[in-house]
Structures are given as structure tokens and as C-alpha cells.
Ligand binder design. Sequence first.
Ligand code: BGC
Length: 692
Amino acid sequence: MISLLNKMTVEEKLGQLVQIAPFFFVRDLKNELYGPATELGLSLEQIFLTGSVLGIGSPEEMIEVQKRYLDNSRLKIPLLFMADIIHGYQTIFPIPLAMACSFNPELIKTMARISAVEAQTSGIHITFSPMADIVRDPRWGRVMESFGEDPYLNYVLSYYAVKGYQNDNITKEGSLGACAKHFAGYGLVESGREYNTVDISEYALRQYFLAGYQGAIDAGAVMMMTSFNLFEGIPATMNEKLLKEILRKEMEFKGVIISDYNGLKETMIHGISSSEKEAALNCMKAGLDIEMVSGNYILRLKEDFDSGKLPMSLLDEACLRVLNLKKEIGLFDNPFKGVSRDKHNEVVLSKKHLDEALKVAYESIVLLKNDKDVLPIIAKNKVYACGPNLHTNNLNGAWSWHGKSNSNETYHDVLKEKCNIVKNFEESDYIVYFGGEKFNESGEAKSKTNIDFPIEQLEEIIKLKEMSKPIILVINAGRPLVLTAIEKHVDSILYSWFLGTKNALAVVGTLIGDNNPSGKLAISFPRALGQVPVYYNHLPTGRPKNDYDNEYTTGYIDSENDPLYCFGFGLSYSKFEYDELIIKETTVEDDFTLKINVKNDSFMPGFETIQLYIKDTYAHVSRPVKELKSFQKIWFNSNEVKEVSFKITKEMFEYFDNKSKRKIDHGEFIVYVGSSSSNVKMVKINYVGKEK
Ligand code: BGC
């Protein structure tokens, strides 16, 4: 690539660092520039110097854009095509927050693999996924796009997502390069309001918020997107400490750094860069390689590089990173790599992909309540189905641009096939109410101040209750809703999020027992909005709630502290019993093993996710009351008992102190194992091994 770099002019190098939309290339070139092109300020010549494209609709469009570009470019460096393939291309999988509830990393990998195979047939090379931002605030619309509130779960799932997209080698056909996002801390926008300020201490950044991105990096993600927010008062997109010291040095990220949409220019609105030129300079110096959908690098920095005011090495480094990525993807050998209408028709929405989507959907559903084992519905019984979501096929959820809702069935379609449904509720044995949010109430720029289960649905259900029939509530939502008011009026709650193309079949299959629900919440469900943020791995306070003689303890006068449904919670049609923990020695020096017997005390076979948490009782800085460190999702036959063993490694005791140093201390650790973050067995360990 060096010899190619040596042939390039400054403008050509800068062009590689600019990403624009595909329509710029396929306009009638003889016409004057107009509309968005004028706003961008690029000349026709400059458009044909740019390096990558955001979003593409079809194989034909990609071929046309790439051809036009190559015909008009001196050095014929192929364009790189990037898009948001977040939870499927056209075979849509559950929203990421739902998939996280599967606690099944292999399923995330399957989703990513299938997304890559389908998307590549349209000539897409890079996906802007996974979103590794940890989220604690369900008001934020993008909570649906996250893997929830836990660092370890985020690490593991981001890792597997990247492995699935990249397939170990992005040169292979059918692999996508993964761009993890949004570095760093976007999930922490104040008040859950989209694009709002973020204020994180370095200690908290390392303690909680870097884990997901690190998972993506460790899996080999080739790209990282910066976030819209500030870090220590400076926009992430131009934050040298964040990009150079933390991302590159400390986290050892070697790939390309791209801004978010117009992020470079927004450093002006943040009140840091006073002009477009300064914005470009700030970002270039901070180590931002590609700017998304703005042309400031090529428009504003040419002179400074030409005159030597800026060192050429700065530009060369960034440009080389982009060229090397293009080479690794194989674009110099074949600029049309993977794009094919025939292959597209063969793989997109294929039976194999749809079957996998159903499996993932099945494992993403969370059963929150099931009084008197109302579910599953017995085949001969009659069902009265109602609610605002009964007839909708808009079940893909946000961030599914290429998915088509007309590929989806409605609940009503599937119920007709699989259940004995009746028109009058008087005749029915069960009422099944399909409610919750609509697909467009979550996603980017969809923050809410009210996350209560909708009041009009609540009132409707209270009326239905007069019929004295069991009420089963199926909730579609892109976020945790506050269910405190509705919860007591229904017998059973299936939280189905948005499950994608196979949503309706997955839910009905679960209602009738073809699937035994196994999802566990990847995020806490608040009792009331006033509790937000509420998350399980918080720090202890000096006045914990367990001293009942003293009113001056942490808490509310109108609510419990704990959430309505905690992290890791989820019921099953099976009943799992946990014995006490088995350990040889409680004084440990090194890695050790912990065992527990778990029994499926029912005739229903099913999965259980057994969760292991650790608390470091005393350390150099205050440590969370509990942290997930391991989990195993295990299949149990009816009445089966299994001995489950966990290896506890020293690394599980490690933490960052307030000087950002990794530490392991002697002393007491509590290990918890259980079916959720609050339902656990525990054992105390005295660690006497190596300190750090
Ligand atoms: C979002 C990114 C996304 C980009 C490109 C932005 O608005 O924040 O997550 O990848 O648009 O579509």
C-alpha cells in the first residue's frame, strides 16, 4: 500500500477519509450540483476522490455506484461500502436488547453471520455494529440497540457479534467488517435524552463502560465509531485522550476510527471548534480517520498539508489505515466483492435463515409472570385475542432498514393457524392481550419521558378482568416499560420486545408450549420512572437499606429501592431448584472450582441460565455490590439434576483503582450463584494469592 500512497496527492489522500451517501455518485454528472451536495460543499472532482459510502439499497445500486466511481477516478481505488446492519439484513432478528436476554452468545454469532451473508450480496463491506454502549436508562430510545446494563455481558456479546460478522477473516466472501460503536459512553446521556451531555469519571469509564468496546476489539473489530457526546468536556470525536491514549494505547485498537454522522462539524455546536477548519484540525490531530457525511478534511486541510504546516505523517497514517482495510477486504482484487443479484435472491430470507431467526427469537422472549402456571395454553382451550398489536406486522423494531414488514406474519395470522381462537370473549378460556409499544417508539431520537405501560391499554385490560378469565399479556417494546400498574391485573406476562421477521410465530409458539421461555433480563425494569437509573451492579452506600431501625438509610419514602424485575430475572415453564454451593477450600491462592447442583423440578424440559456474581468486600476503591462474572445456559430434561461447575479465575477479582491501575487484593470476596442477580446462593472466599 505504501507504493500506492506515494502516488497519491494530498487531496487524494484526504478524499479517502471522507464518507458520503451513494446518491452523490449516481446523479446525472452533467447537471450542476444541487441540494445536499451543495450543502456538503464538495465539487464533482472531489466527490470522485472520496473513499467510502454510507448505506446502499440493492446489488444493482452498489454496482452502479462502484462503476461510476471507478470510471471517474484517477487511481481507481475502490469505494468501501458501509451500512447499519444491526439485527439482520432482510431476515430480521430480535432487537439487540432482546437478543442479550437470550444469554446465548452463540445465537448472537449466528445472527451476525447470517446478517453478513445476506448484506454482502448487496455489496456491503462494513456494518456499523455492534453497539457496545452500556445503558441504564430506559428512557433513551437506543436502549433497544444495546446489550443492556452489564459490562461482562456486553463484553461477551460484542465479542461474539464481531466474530460472527467477520468470520475470522474479512477477506472471505460473506464476511463483513465490524464497526463497534459509539466510543465512548453514549449510553449515559443525561436524563435519557437523545444526544444529551454525558459526564463520566475515568474510574466509572473503566469500571463499567469500556467493557463492551473491549469485547469488540478483542474479537478483532476493524473499525470503531466515535460517539456524539462529550468526554471530560471535549467531544469524543476530537478527544485525543479518549482516542489516542485510551482507545489506541490502553485498549490496543489497531483499526480505523470513524466519526458518527456529521460528528466532526458538531464539535462546533458543542462550542469547542470555532470554524470548520478548526473542527477538521481538531479531529485530525485527535486521531479521527474518517469523517462521516461531511467533507471538512478534504475542503479545509489541503493547504496545511501542502505547505507542511501539518506533518504529512498524520495524514499518511490515517490514509494507510483506510487503504489497508480496503486491501484486507479484498477490494483491490475485486471492487465488486460479494455483490450478486443471484446470490441475493438465493440467501435473503432463505428457509435456513428464517429457521435460525425463529430460534433466536424463541430464546429472547422473557416470561415475567406466570401465576398458577396459566401458560402454556392447552391445545383444546379457546383463546380470545385482542389488543392494539394483534393485527400489526410491524414487529421488526427500529434499525432494520432493509427488513420489510410485509415479510412478517401478524399474531392474528399465526393464532388462526395454531390455536382455537374465538370471536367472543364470553366463549373463551383465556384472554390474550397483545399490547405495549409500537415499533417506532424506540430507536435513535426516540427518547421518552413517560415509560409507563400505556394507560389506555391498562384501562382496557382492567375492563377485560371483569370477565374473570385468565389474562395473558404479550408486550412488544423497545425498552423496559414500567409495569407496576398493569402487573397485578394480569396472570401472565410475556415480554417479547421486537423479535423481527419471526416475531409472531415465536410468541405464539411460546404461548402454546412449542417453546419453553428461557430469556433473562439484560436490564433492570424499574418500579417507577423515579428510580431511573436503577441497575444491579451499583456501589454500596454508607447507609445501606438493611438497617430497619434507622430511617436515615438510602431509599425513598414512596418506593422500594429494588427494581420491579431485576437484572438476570426470567421465568420458565420448568421449575429450577438450586442447592447450596460446593467448594473444597474457602481460603484460595489461585484459580479454583465451585460447584452447584441444579434441579429441574418439573416435567417440562427447558433451559436455565445459571449466573455467577462476585463482590470484592474491601478494595482500594469502593466496588459494586455484585458483578456478573460468568454464566452458563444449560438444557435440563424433565426432573433432571445437573452438577454445574464454574472455574473462578484470579482475573475475576481484578478491578481498576482511581489511578486507572489494574489491581487484585487479598481478602474477602463473596461469590454468588443463582437464577437472577437477586436470587442467589453465596459463599465467602478468602483470597491469599498474588496481589497486583
Ligand atoms: C447513528 C449511528 C449510525 C449512523 C449511520 C447515526 O445517526 O448514531 O449509530 O451508524 O447514524 O447511519
